[in-house]
Design a protein around this ligand. Structure first.
Ligand SMILES: *Cc1c(COP(=O)(O)O)cnc(C)c1O
Length: 425
């Protein structure tokens, strides 16, 4: 099963003779065993199996296995949201006293997570412009740095991360690169191929794709050698007294340690568990991901080209446009297309942008992206409103920025809707 299309449809679940063709929804909090000894082995991580759905559930595991196959990883875990995925991925290897080097062009929620919430937990962060020089990037590290974080295609700025360059910097400082690959999805970009060590997803976006279920996923490439940097990662390389003295990197190896710790320790204690129902819905989305993401990108390119030649529009950012500043990086990392998201400014700034949005009929105003239905948002007054103008600029968000998420409707209908709304501006 080598192609991405086949993995989208059939990955992660292979029914045996007479078993359900579709992934069964195992709507059960718990699992029955014949002896206490059988169950004891599960608690000791001596045997694999299910005992309580906060930690693991067969439906969720099948869907995680599909995403793992799509990314080309060694292990994966589903979570209740994309935010939980980013938090678990970071906190799994960066605790009190640790430091994160992060691209400043990231999702507003993740920015807050690092800058505000994890700071309260004793974790510090240095944000760098993804386009900074190698000198600036290297200067961001210190002795406590435990990971580098970035987004393949940043939400909402659409800056493209030079994954190879960030991976090189991370590895030269002995830490892994974590990449949030939500926007391009593994259909359009495989961060592991370019040196990323761990990938996260908000599956709420294109993977689900129908605006049906909030969810997240973490995938490990198995490429980072924790023992080679054991002093930095005691959580993986020394015994976990809360888990019968298990040393994750020893017992589960380089390919399994990160996700096992994430599940056995963080999911146990923090419990950001996805529901089997949501995992089932996510899987329905994944079955057509390869078809939808292609159409999303195709529609967005047509819309971006229309906007680029319209005199009421001050600027357009779409990495698939040949004159876009990120076009060369997009060609390298996402040669088959980027995503359905286009950012642009309406002449007349904040007010004009709001007026334009009110004039749309087909395209709805929503705090959402990456849905089969087209929608749009004004980040400066909604998702990013907690940020100062300076922080906004750092995240690549200007006050007039409209983020338009092109769905999989007919592109001409979308363009007609935009054209009509622009008439009112
Ligand atoms: C939406 C989003 C998140 C957060 O995901 P939720 O599922 O809403 O918690 C994280 N990263 C990116 C890039 C996103 O677009």
């Amino acid at each position: 099963m080598s192609s991405v299309e086949t993995k989208c449809v059939q990955g992660g679940y292979t029914p045996k003779n007479g078993e359900p063709r579709q992934i069964p929804i195992v709507q059960s909090t718990t699992f029955k065993y014949d002896t206490g000894e059988d169950m004891g082995k599960l608690f000791d991580l001596e045997a694999s199996g299910y005992f309580y759905s906060r930690l693991a559930n067969p439906t969720c595991d099948s869907v995680a296995a599909k995403i793992c196959a799509l990314e080309g990883g060694t292990a994966a875990i589903l979570l209740s949201s994309g935010m939980a995925a980013n938090f678990f991925a970071a906190f799994n290897i960066c605790e009190c006293g640790g430091h994160i080097v992060s691209s400043s062009a990231i999702y507003g929620g993740t920015y807050n997570l690092f800058a505000v919430t994890m700071k309260k937990m004793g974790v510090s962060v240095t944000f760098v412009d993804p386009d900074c020089s190698d000198e600036e990037l290297n200067a961001a590290f210190n002795g406590n740095t435990r990971l580098v974080f970035g987004e393949t295609l940043a939400n909402p700025s659409l800056k493209v991360l030079d994954i190879e360059r960030f991976a090189r910097a991370a590895h030269s400082h002995g830490v892994p690169l974590i990449v949030d690959n939500t926007f391009p999805t593994p259909v359009h970009c495989n961060p592991f191929k370019w040196g990323a060590d761990i990938v996260t997803h908000s599956t709420t976006k294109y993977m689900d794709g129908h605006g049906a279920a909030v969810g997240g996923c973490i995938v490990d490439s198995g490429n980072f050698d924790w023992f080679a940097h054991a002093d930095k990662y005691p959580g993986l390389c020394t015994p976990d007294e809360s888990y019968h003295g298990i040393t994750y990197a020893e017992k589960f190896g380089q390919g399994g340690a990160f996700i096992t710790k994430c599940c056995a320790q963080l999911m146990r204690d923090l419990g950001s568990t996805p529901s089997p129902q949501s995992a089932f819905l996510l899987n329905l989305g994944l079955e057509s991901l390869h078809l939808r993401i292609a159409r999303h990108s195709e529609n967005a390119l047509k819309v971006a080209k229309f906007l680029a030649q319209n005199d009421k529009i001050s600027w357009v950012r779409y990495p698939g446009l040949e004159n876009d500043e990120y076009y060369p990086l997009a060609c390298k990392y996402m040669p088959d297309g980027t995503s359905g998201v286009v950012s642009f400014g309406v002449k007349g700034g904040r007010e004009a942008a709001e007026k334009f949005m009110c004039g749309l009929k087909l395209i709805a105003i929503e705090t959402h992206v990456a849905d089969a239905r087209s929608c749009c948002l004004h980040p400066a007054s909604t998702t990013h409103r907690q940020m100062s103008d300076e922080e906004l600029a750092g995240a690549g968000v200007s006050p007039d920025l409209v983020r338009l998420s092109c769905g999989i409707e007919n592109a001409d209908d979308l363009i007609a809707d935009i054209e009509k709304a622009l008439e009112s501006v």
